[in-house]
Design a protein around this ligand. Structure first.
Ligand code: F0G
Length: 459
């Protein structure tokens, strides 16, 4: 990781009572002063040693760790030259996207999966999915063009399985209402309640259509062809420009060393995997990295046209079946031709694809979240794909892995609840395991009853 300013353990920290002023060892679990029962605060007895550095020396230390310069460049636009260099900084729309952490799987989770790996937490973007990267570039571009051409009444529209619409509505809502209107098309009943609440909360016009995502996509493509609208799906390449920053960030977080790296990506409409591969190719062609990583594409058996293409050599759109990886439940990915080209030209010896079951997806999600992560069902799909690919010998455990958790656990909490309640329709083909279930326990509001239940020892 890119920290050239490593902090070292220093100081002597104690609890200090705000009442009687006594101090206590910080290694004990205490919450009020054992002597006078007042509240405690934490004090570094060697705080004054920090004054050996001047204020400006401290700012250098902290700045070197985060490097803020222009605040709009703190997100995806720190890669300005590689995404949309025609856009002046004042036109950039920055809502806090990008710079998502990579979190190392702990030992228990690594053992369950079969290798050490990092999860890149794309759910920590402002609308809680990776879509904010592409939306930041698309809306910055739109903002720029509106200014340069003095446009009014631009209608931004997208079809979505939930997350694109959340991101589009959020970023559009930042632009002046006199200039833009925001519309999203959703397949009725096929986005989670949390995802539906997002564009509604951002004030977009939300249109629900019968059918699945592919049906909505067809309509939006027709609207984009025949009417004056601004398309906010990843078919619009200005979206892909921003989404490429996922690759740039992974490379930066690994200190630009991509040796032995496998990047694991769940695939739906295939915009994301396209952007990620294009991003790595940019870095390679500029000599920023010495090699390309391998890519592992993961899909549910219920929507796996890309896996079938890899297995048979033939691409065939398919009808999807219900999947808990609902955001990726797409039978005819719009960006498939770009994937095929990228694989042929750059990744032919390093592109793998694997299908996983619905049970495996749920278990991947639940296991990750029981071990410190906040992954969505698509993140669970990625983890399940990694586990399976290792088991099948498609990839080696000695490689390095970055797994894409494309959105936040909370967006897909309804699937978690359906699992706990064993409430899936049979078409999902999910058999919940008791060991993964959890539910709240109602109890009398009495400390002794709870202590008995938990088997606590008195102090
Ligand atoms: N993960 C999440 C959370 C998604 O929302 C999507 C796609 C994917 C993975 C798959 O990425 O489509 O680029 O291959 N969601 C789109 C949407 C289709 O409308 O929100 P992809």
């Amino acid at each position: 990781m890119y920290l050239d300013n490593m902090p070292k353990p220093f100081g002597k920290m104690v609890y200090r009572c705000i009442g009687c002023g006594r101090s206590y060892d910080i290694h004990n679990f205490i919450y009020t002063c054992p002597s006078c029962k007042s509240l405690l605060r934490i004090e570094n007895k060697e705080f004054d040693k920090l004054k050996q550095k001047t204020g400006s020396q401290w700012t250098q230390v902290f700045d070197a760790r985060i490097k803020p310069k222009e605040y709009k460049l703190m997100g995806i636009f720190r890669f300005h030259e590689l995404i949309l260099p025609i856009i002046p900084i004042e036109d950039i729309i920055y809502l806090g996207e990008g710079n998502t952490p990579v979190v190392e799987a702990n030992d228990e989770l690594s053992t369950w999966v079969g290798c050490k790996f990092f999860v890149k937490m794309e759910g920590l973007n402002p609308s809680a999915s990776f879509k904010d990267r592409g939306m930041a570039s698309a809306i910055s571009y739109l903002n720029h063009v509106i200014r340069v051409k003095d446009l009014d009444n631009v209608l931004g529209i997208c079809a979505s399985t939930g997350d694109t619409s959340a991101a589009a509505a959020l970023y559009m809502s930042y632009l002046p209402k006199s200039k833009v209107k925001s519309v999203v098309l959703l397949p009725e009943g096929k986005v989670t309640p949390q995802q539906l609440s997002q564009p509604l909360g951002s004030g977009a016009i939300v249109i629900e259509l019968p059918g699945v995502f592919d049906d909505c996509m067809e309509i939006v493509e027709e609207l984009a062809n025949d009417y004056n609208v601004f398309l906010l799906n990843s078919k619009n390449p200005v979206r892909i420009q921003g989404q490429k920053t996922y690759a740039y960030e992974v490379a930066q977080q690994l200190d630009w060393d991509l040796s032995d790296l496998v990047v694991v990506v769940p695939v739906g409409n295939a915009g994301n995997i396209t952007a990620i591969m294009e991003g790595f190719v940019d870095l390679y062609e500029l000599g920023i990295v010495d090699e390309l990583p391998a890519i592992l594409a993961v899909q549910s058996y219920h929507a796996d046209p890309v896996v079938k293409w890899m297995e048979t050599g033939k691409y065939q759109p398919m009808s999807v079946k219900p999947s808990v990886a609902q955001a990726a439940m797409i039978g005819d990915p719009v960006s498939f031709p770009k994937v095929a080209r990228l694989v042929a030209e750059h990744f032919s010896d390093r592109f793998h694809a694997i299908a996983v079951t619905e049970d495996e997806i749920m278990e991947g999600m639940l296991m990750a979240n029981r071990h410190g992560h906040v992954v969505c069902t698509q993140g669970g799909e990625s983890i399940a794909g990694l586990k399976k690919a290792l088991k099948q010998g498609i990839i080696k455990a000695s490689a390095r892995f970055v797994v894409n958790s494309t959105s936040h656990q909370l967006k897909f909490a309804s699937f978690q609840q359906m699992y706990f309640d064993n409430r899936f329709d049979p078409e999902y083909e999910i058999n919940p395991k008791d060991s993964f279930k959890n539910s709240p326990i109602r109890m009398e509001a009495k400390a002794s009853v709870i202590a008995d239940f938990l088997g606590l020892q008195r102090k």
